[in-house]
Ligand binder design. Structure first.
Ligand code: SF4
Length: 307
């Protein structure tokens, strides 16, 4: 019996019937929407969830800044009510992300053959849906199990791309740099020491970005944010030109969209229906593809791929 104070539980055979119902043969659940394509999400906050007198301690993957806590779309709307602690009170979507978190906990220490099998399943299912790429962390951030899984996919499927966003410098440092793993490191106005105390520091995030191609993003709710040129200069100086602010995101939650008015702004955060990652591809184009196609901003990438 698993009690409230027992260690973190990762035994898949003890999943509740509702959790089992969300598993695809005990594999990571991949989400789909027409804007982002297929994505892997996990739970954003630590929790203890109970079912039939059993308690599940689920690790949190995010290290949120104050800005994240206020503006992250995964903390609001249909992602909301994360404070529920009975498995049957969670929505189907929340249950799926909870199960993904439990599976990631499991893969943190599972035999490599099991991690490789999950990598095969994930890529196979994404390709069956018609995608040669999967976006990581539409909700949630990296975890030890996720890092092992991404490393396995990268090595086993060199033509399949894993891309996404992270604020976890410790785990980015554990990802094996690979041409088919394209992570953008996220910042905001409260990334320490810019304006807040929580989350990984700007210094650590720039250092982590360097080993993954130097791609960084900045999210803001301030049009014409004057911090952007300051950050450009700081990152260039600290990384000796090896990292840069690649993409600017306006705050976007439901119908609310900030138009920052910056040439490197993500075209999808301005609330236009015909814009999505699969019709832009900026964040999962390699540097050589960007050069070959002569695109230098997300907007140019979108105009190139728009059909
Ligand atoms: S820049 Fe393009 S690929 Fe990146 S998040 Fe925005 S729409 Fe998606």
């Amino acid at each position: 019996m698993i009690g409230k104070h027992d260690p973190r539980h990762t035994d898949l055979d003890k999943l509740s019937p509702k959790q089992m119902g969300q598993l695809v043969s005990k594999h990571i659940y991949i989400s789909f929407n027409s804007k982002t394509g297929v994505s892997v999400n996990s739970r954003i906050s630590e929790t203890t969830v109970s079912h039939a007198g059993l308690y599940w301690n689920v690790e949190c993957s995010c290290h949120p800044t104050q800005w994240c806590t206020k503006h992250c779309y995964a903390r609001h709307g249909h992602f909301a009510t994360w404070d529920k602690d009975e498995i049957d009170d969670l929505s189907n979507q929340q249950t799926k992300y909870l199960v993904n978190s439990i599976l990631f906990n499991h893969y943190a220490n599972a035999p490599q053959t099991e991690v490789d099998r999950e990598a095969d399943s994930l890529v196979g299912r994404a390709m069956q849906l018609g995608f040669n790429n999967v976006r990581w962390n539409g909700g949630g951030d990296l975890s030890r199990g996720a890092v092992r899984l991404i490393n396995s996919v990268a090595a086993r499927y060199p033509n399949f791309r894993i891309w996404g966003f992270s604020r976890r410098s410790d785990l980015l440092n554990e990802l094996v740099p690979s041409p088919n793993v394209l992570f953008t490191v996220s910042l905001d106005p409260t990334t320490p020491p810019l304006g807040g105390l929580h989350g990984d520091s700007l210094f650590d995030l720039v250092k982590a970005a360097i080993s993954h191609g130097g791609r960084m993003a900045y999210a803001t709710e301030v049009p014409n944010d004057s911090l952007i040129p300051e950050l450009d200069a700081y990152i260039k100086d600290l990384s000796k030109g090896a990292a840069r602010l690649d993409t600017i995101f306006g705050e976007h939650m439901g119908p609310r969209h900030t138009v920052v008015g910056h040439p490197r702004e993500c075209p999808a955060t301005q609330g236009k229906n015909d814009v999505g990652c699969q019709s832009c591809q900026w964040c999962f184009m390699s540097e050589s593809q960007r050069r070959a196609k002569n695109v230098t901003t997300p907007r140019e990438a979108f105009l190139l791929h728009k059909v």
